[in-house]
Design a protein around this ligand. Sequence first.
Ligand code: ADP
Length: 461
Amino acid sequence: MLRSIRAQLSLSIMLILLLTVALISVLSNWIINNEFEDYITRQEHQRSESIVTDLGNRYDSLKGGWDHNLLHTIGMYSLYDGYLLKIYSIDGTLLWDAENHDMSLCGQIMGEISTRMSQAKKHGDFVTNTYDIIRSGTKLGSVSIRYYGPFFFTENDYLFINTLNTVLLAVALLSTGVAVIAGGLLARRITQPVVKTAYIATQIAQGNYNLRFDSTPNAKELEEMGRAMNHLTQALSDQESLRKRLTSDVAHELRTPLSAVGSYLEAMTEGLWEATPERLQSCHEEIKRLGVLVADLERLAKIEDGNLQLNMANTDLFEIVQTAVHNLEPKAMKKELSLFIEGDPVIVEADRERMIQVVMNLLSNAILYTQMHGHIRMKVWKDHQAGLIRVEDDGIGIAEDELPFIFERFYRTDKSRNRKTGGTGIGLTIAKSIVEAHGGKIEVTSAVGMGSCFTVTLPEK
Ligand code: ADP
């Protein structure tokens, strides 16, 4: 079974954090407890030594004996601290014994210590160490000290270590909680854009192109992915609307001449209309229009085939422009347009026939979309190892929002459509394909009512 990235990420992040928390808790607990036990053991050893020194200091060397009251005081103090003393004189006589003195108190104190240690889960037993009591190098007697070994906790020690363990446990639990929440949040943050991408992709597959990444994720790669996705959706959406427009355009382009010819012929065969040469001529015109459209489509299909064979040779762009102007001069004269050519010969490697086709396309558009008595300027020049041709008119112009589409097949601006100028909307598509096959580019600037300016750039080689 496949698990979601989010679940896998959350689980991995949580596991790593939990492992870290557990390791830190266990290690710190172990180190602190060990250190504390070492400290207590050292303390207890020192305490035994200080009892022996204390006893030595209490010996009255003038009288050559022990003060029993002092021995009793030291013995009782030690007993309350958990040390049972048996004090002997130099000849081995028992001077003071905690158990003899108060058996039940000894039992109670030892019992308390045993219980505390078993509660703390520290196992040991009572040990007895015997020390000589020595002062200034002379042995004065001996003392045997009995206590819970190797170490024991006083009530305060026990309280301290208990509190410490509780605090450590609380910190571990708190860190675990934070680890779980942080892991979940982090995974969510990483996977959210991925989930959204998948969702948008599914929507695209279902034909919905309106979804976009609105918030940008704050990681570089995810941001790039979001941008790429938005770009893709936009491109697909544009393509889709173009495709719809294209189909309806083909239908529209075919329907008008077909229905005209159809109704003429119907009327003539039914005897409603006489088949005059003018009527037959107009049928012929419509069929010619259809022929042009089909020929344009064929040319486009050939060029976009990808196997466009170019006859590359050294070609003068200025001569190409002159040829195009020569071919279209009659059309321009009909509209009484002024044509200007400017520039010098510029030699580039290109397919002469195809480039004449490109320039004729641009020039015939300029003638078509410029009013009577308008002006068309053409310029040829060289710049940075590239040859450039410009065709500029002061005609109807193209709206800014339509500019990105004019090179798409069948695209005709609303203005040119309204004027019924009769173009097929394929000319610029063909021009662009040819220029790009040469490794060049074609650009346009235009303003409605001011005119348009098309610039073709071709690399020298
Ligand atoms: P068409 O055969 O319709 O001219 P093109 O592909 O050559 O097709 O041009 C596409 C559209 O771009 C035209 O229908 C027209 O609306 C617009 N266009 C092209 N050249 C010009 C121009 N010089 N001035 C204004 N509009 C232009």
